[in-house]
Design a protein around this ligand. Structure first.
Ligand code: ATP
Ligand code: PRP
Ligand code: MG
Length: 280
């Protein structure tokens, strides 16, 4: 049975649970449940703190897990990334008071840096030859400067709203581009391949739509240049030999532009349908 570590709370937990449900797995019904068995799919879910998941997977106590790249690297675990899961995208940055005397990482020498990711920040500063004092906090790191606990912070940045609200300004290079990832330990459980296929199927179903349209046959090459699909579009003959029917996968966020361009080529009856599941 494949043992899967999933976040039990925080910003990763809800989307991870949605992805697994879309991939056909049953999940816990009660938020206090710590272990759930999906016998039909021969998997067992262990609901753990996101920060701890890399430790469980890296020690092979569990076979595979969903966590954040920043949490994986900060854990020092031996677990390794096997796929990006296309959510919880964030950058990890330094920030300091907008009108202060810290505007580049060299200015951090001998200063105090507050963070919830001490290993990640320590490794980065060492790699840049900067010696600073790290102040480890559990969260809401942006308040540390105002309250006199630190001179600068290093934290997760998504929209930047939290930093701006705290009067802090980003400086220095990007420490890390983080995203949600699937991770595994040294041992590659045979069940991982199928889990990966299912999760990738969810990502494809979310990213693409199916587009069907009728087209004068002489415009086919031009239409395929507009939307070539994954391998190649499906082209079927119509009763009227001057027309063909085409079915093609298109990125959902490009669908309207593609429809406009196909329309300009003379396409008719252009229909877009959502993809519920996929295996490419
Ligand atoms: N605002 C955000 N936007 C994108 N990703 C985020 C954001 N905040 C946290 N994350 C990501 O979530 C993971 C941290 O999850 P964790 O649950 O430990 O903290 P959290 O999301 O801040 O939850 P909470 O603060 O509710 O405990 C990291 O991978 C981090 O990059
Ligand atoms: O750039 P933004 O869109 O403002 O998002 C970034 C903020 O989101 C997270 O905080 P969270 O709300 O999880 O609180 P926490 O710091 O206590 O974890 C993260 O720690 C940042 O503070
Ligand atoms: Mg948080």
């Amino acid at each position: 049975m494949l043992r899967i570590a999933v976040p039990n709370k925080g910003s990763l937990s809800e989307i991870a649970a949605e992805m697994l449900a879309e991939a056909g797995y049953s999940g816990r019904r009660d938020s206090r449940t710590l272990v759930h068995t999906d016998a039909r799919n021969d998997v067992q879910f262990f609901y753990l703190r996101p920060r701890d998941i890399a430790t469980y997977v890296g020690s092979d106590a569990l076979d595979v897990g969903i966590t954040g790249r920043d949490l994986l690297l900060d854990s020092g675990s031996d677990a390794s990334e096997i796929a990006e899961l296309d959510f919880a995208d964030s950058t990890f940055r330094f920030a300091a008071p907008a009108a202060g005397d810290i505007s580049e990482i060299a200015d951090l020498k001998g200063r105090r840096v507050a963070t919830s990711y001490p290993k990640l920040v320590d490794d980065f500063l060492r790699s840049h030859g900067v010696e600073a004092t790290l102040v480890q906090l559990d969260g809401a790191v942006e308040s540390a400067v105002e309250l006199g606990v630190a001179d600068a912070v290093a934290d997760v940045v998504s929209t930047g709203a939290t930093l701006r609200a705290a009067g802090l300004e980003i400086f220095g290079p990007v420490i890390l581009e983080s995203t949600a990832v699937l991770i595994r330990g040294e041992y590659e459980h045979p069940g991982i391949a199928r889990l990966l296929r299912r999760l990738r199927g969810v990502l494809v179903a979310r990213k693409y739509v199916l587009m069907d349209y009728d087209l004068p046959v002489e415009q086919l090459d031009a239409a395929i240049a507009v939307a070539g699909g994954i391998e190649s579009p499906t082209v079927s003959p119509l009763r009227d030999e001057k027309w063909v029917a085409v079915r093609v996968m298109v990125c959902a966020d490009e669908a309207n532009e593609v429809m406009d361009r196909l329309y300009d080529l003379g396409a008719k009856a252009i229909l877009v349908t959502a993809i519920h599941a996929a295996r490419l």
